[in-house]
Write a new protein. Sequence first.
Length: 561
Amino acid sequence: MIEHQFNAEGSILELIARGAELGRVLHVICVGLELELFDVRCVVMVATPGGHELELDACPSMPSDHSTAISRVKVGPLAASCGTAAYRGEPVGVLDPTTNPTWEGFHDLARQHDVGAVWSFPLFGPRRDVRGTVGVHFRVPRTPTPAERATIDRGVWLAEIALEQRHATEALRESEARYRAASQAKDEFLAMLGHELRNPLAPLQTVLDVMKLRSGDQLLKERTLIERQVRQLSRLVDDLLDMSRVAQGMIELRIEPTDLAEVVARAIETVAPLLEERRQTIDVSVAPNLVVHGDGARLRQVIGNLLTNASKYTPAGGHIAIIGAVEGEAAVVRVRDNGIGLSADTLPHIFEMFVQERQALDRSRGGLGLGLAIVKNLVELHHGSVEARSDGPGQGSVFTVRLPTVVAKGPSLGPDTQPDQDPRRQPVSPRPLAERTILIVDDNPDVRDTLVDLLEHLGFRPVSAHDGPSALVVVATARPSIGLVDLGLPVMDGYELASKLHELEPTMQLIAVTGYGQPGDFERTRASGFAAHLVKPLDIDALLETLQRLSSRPAAATLTS
């Protein structure tokens, strides 16, 4: 066996490793072969998609008219030496191409350029699929010597490596493109899913608020159960959409000085119904004037998710503590529980998506395993960190959030200190509001009718329409000052309707009431002249606050969420 080192091999492997363009690598391979073999011209041809033709990719010494003539050849049993080698999947040698039938159609070309013999070698992929050929043109009819064949074999091997790298790179690009397309489709699906789920949730929440206004404590148990399930569904929808936004990098923080004691108090309000249902006690110890640079709403979501997690995995009657203080240059918030704890296997992965501590078959704790993943992403967006600790199953757990840049510091509160706010949400009651005519435009009759009912109980004069054209007729006669407008309307969407309403009634202030709640949706409603953007199912407190604010001034100014 003849061993032969192709002198250009090191340089070629380095080019391949650096990801050099395929044409350049194949050109260097041809040049290297021509330098080591005596009086030859080399070409490399690459198979087209489907493998029915070969395209010339490298031919450093070939006359231009010759390279033009063989720039694209068929793959077949009599298709010159390269096309035939690709067809057979084995080396093909043609002596005297001026007469050989394999070179039919190229005889004159061989005479013109003194081609005495051509040896072509197929280039294989890992599955023995032919990806191209290397052709060596000799000036006289002859067969390569064993040493020459060894050199050619090294060149063929290097060309196969270069083609495999290109194939792998293209496959990676295609995979990335498919992933991006799938990710975009997933995000669009989640946005639509959120919209479609919020639409039926909206009238359920609104009718519950109306029932509170009408019936007081009647059917309290039944209303509480329905409200709890509506709140759970709304939270699941929000978690799905938040993870979609995180994956797309679409969460934008509104950074401002934020009091962590206020953040904790508001977060406790959010989870109070769950704590009450499970008869769990909570101790709060948060230093006063503990101010950080952060987004208050997102930090409330962080603490709320941690408290929800603690409540879910702590038995009924259990205990939860939340402590906030200064440690070094960081503001630190700890949420401690005496629940089921975390196993050593789960602990390293607890902040990953869809990871949960093992549940029983009934999944009584529910959830999608997204809450802690959202916590981690939101905390890291604040340039902070979060960690979990547990001594094992049955030993409870501690989640610690560290946020940098403490602006103000104060002494810690005692362990029994409670926030000023009552963490238990009180039943909604009517508030004194100026009597105003309010337009409701929604193609869902349940949403429309329950909103009409609610606004009547709140002292407004509601008028309604099911689409844009009918809304314009109503406005012309009723002259409402505020409009609650769904965006996904038939005939004309909410954006087009907003433009026509502003033309018809310039002082009218519009509120987008919609299942769409992505950041881009807020930006688009703002640009379309909406004064506010509320996401279904409506939070009655947010609705009342928005109506109060808009009722106190003649024209819309700033979009709020």
